[in-house]
Design a protein around this ligand. Structure first.
Ligand code: NAP
Length: 242
């Protein structure tokens, strides 16, 4: 029987690429919030790859929407084998300009979304005594980024969350790991050419990351080959952060 994987924020960027890569082996559930057109287009591609996929709109920061989403998944597939907590937002501004509403929104989505989706799927995983959870952190969660204090804080929190939860659920046969991408070419990282050139010069491998650089690691972490790996943070930054 094919396994199921829920990918939050799968409508665009890294989540979309993970969905495409995993669609050959998994029934992929596309979670999206605003980008319905992109999600629909992706759904067609996943089905063409043989995945019995569905798409579900849910704001991951809203617990009721997340619970409804997970209920739909369980009633449709009868199982949920893996969760990729990928949905996230970023914002660049001076720390002194950050408004408390911005702090709340970013924390609610980046950390709260990870909390909501993980808690919603865990009961089922604990009952089955197996499951894989992958959380999307960032190298900024390791080193901190100027003008991205709140974003860095949420991504650092995801690392703590990953390590602690990995210890708590390991005896239930569940692994929990994090991926910390560097600068990856998506809508989140749109810079002018001059800025991109400056970034490239600071990356030892000499290029901006592609979404496939991240999805390949996610695919590995979901595979049997990674069954003895838990509580880890895999840095995918071309050596930008070592
Ligand atoms: P992106 O292209 O901006 O895509 C973000 C995705 O998150 C979209 O699919 C969006 O869905 C979804 N999303 C945002 N808020 C949501 C919400 N409240 N509920 C459900 N989905 C929501 O970003 P990306 O670069 O692929 O980033 C994906 C993850 O990787 C994020 O967690 C980000 O922090 C992390 N990351 C990215 C980079 C990078 O360089 N790109 C580096 C390090 C870490 P809708 O459009 O449907 O709303």
């Amino acid at each position: 029987m094919r396994k199921t994987v829920l990918i939050t924020g799968a409508s665009r960027g890294i989540g979309r690429q993970c969905a495409l890569d995993l669609s050959f082996d998994y029934d992929v559930i596309i979670n999206y919030n605003n980008s319905e057109k992109e999600a629909k287009e992706l759904l067609g591609l996943l089905k063409a790859n043989g995945s019995n996929s569905i798409m579900i709109k849910a704001d991951v920061s809203d617990r009721r929407q997340v619970d409804d989403m997970v209920e739909k998944i369980i009633s449709y597939y009868g199982r949920i084998d893996a969760l990729i907590n990928n949905a996230g937002i970023a914002r660049q501004e001076l720390f002194c300009d950050v408004k408390s509403e911005d702090l709340k929104r970013m924390t609610d989505i980046n950390l709260g979304g990870t909390f909501n989706c993980t808690q919603a799927v865990l009961k089922e995983m604990i009952n089955k005594k197996c499951g894989k959870i992958i959380n999307m952190s960032s190298v900024w969660g390791i080193t901190g980024a100027s003008c991205e204090v709140v974003y860095s804080a949420t991504k650092a929190a995801i690392i703590g969350f990953t390590k602690a939860l990995a210890k708590e659920v390991s005896l239930s046969g569940i692994t929990v790991n994090a991926v910390a991408p560097g600068v990856i070419d998506t809508d989140m990282c749109k810079f002018d050419e001059e800025t991109l050139e400056g970034i490239r010069e600071e990356i030892p491998l000499g290029r901006i990351g592609d979404t496939k650089d991240v999805s390949g690691v996610v695919k590995f972490l979901l595979s049997e080959a990674a069954s003895y790996i838990t509580g880890q943070v895999i840095n995918v930054s071309g050596g930008f952060v070592v």
